[in-house]
Design a protein around this ligand. Structure first.
Ligand SMILES: [Zn+2]
Length: 211
């Protein structure tokens, strides 16, 4: 399946050929509809006018779409795939934001290893094993992150040269593997708010919301 959300994460809809139907489960030739992976929530939307209940990434990298109702289309048909753009754009902002907070947190503390992360359209979060409360660091961290966002910077995402199923995220000197959907420029985020959550047992969470 061709992943159009990688080639152009700003696509809100596309045409696709139905490759298989199994009960309410559908596979397509190509799609703009992201399926939960790497902690990023699935898109919401429709295929052939029918709401998608669940998008499931398969072990082979393909995506199975579970429809709310039995499909009214057939294998070989061309269907329209649409996504809830307002939701997706927030996810793109909050996902890109999580990368920036992560890199600046590392610059400030030397701690890089995450023990958890998640992105929805309401907030993103990154979790650390950290010996003290991150409360004292947060105001400065938030200031630096928002300063960087205000300046703006181009973000590049591209396929790995040897393994096209693997994607890279790059901003200046910062680079990491990531198969999510991202903004083209940091300044699209606007501004962020950071909040601490104590997870107990030396575990700290940074919650990121759009300001
Ligand atoms: Zn990412």
């Amino acid at each position: 399946m061709k992943k159009l959300f990688w080639e152009d994460p700003y696509l809100k809809e596309c045409a696709a050929m139905v490759e298989s139907i199994n009960g309410n489960e559908v596979k397509l030739s190509q799609s703009v509809f992201f399926a939960f992976s790497g902690g990023q929530e699935s898109d919401s939307g429709t295929i052939g006018g029918i709401p998608v209940k669940e998008a499931r990434k398969e072990a082979d990298g393909g995506i199975t779409y579970v429809m709310e109702n039995p499909p009214t289309f057939s294998v070989g048909d061309e269907v329209r795939v649409t996504i809830d753009w307002e939701k997706r754009y927030k996810i793109m902002k909050l996902h890109t934001a999580a990368h920036i907070v992560w890199f600046i947190f590392e610059r400030k503390t030397g701690v890089k290893k995450l023990i958890g992360s998640n992105v929805t359209n309401e907030k993103s979060r990154i979790d650390y094993e950290f010996p003290e409360s991150v409360s004292s660091i947060l105001p400065e961290l938030e200031g630096e992150v928002n300063e960087l966002i205000a300046k703006g910077a181009e973000i590049k995402t591209y396929a790995d040269a040897e393994n096209p199923g693997r994607r890279w995220w790059e901003l200046g000197e910062w680079k990491c593997p990531c198969g999510g959907t991202h903004l083209k420029d940091l300044k699209e985020i606007g501004a962020l708010k950071l909040k601490r959550k104590n997870l107990g047992k030396g575990k700290e969470r940074i919650e990121i919301t759009l300001a």
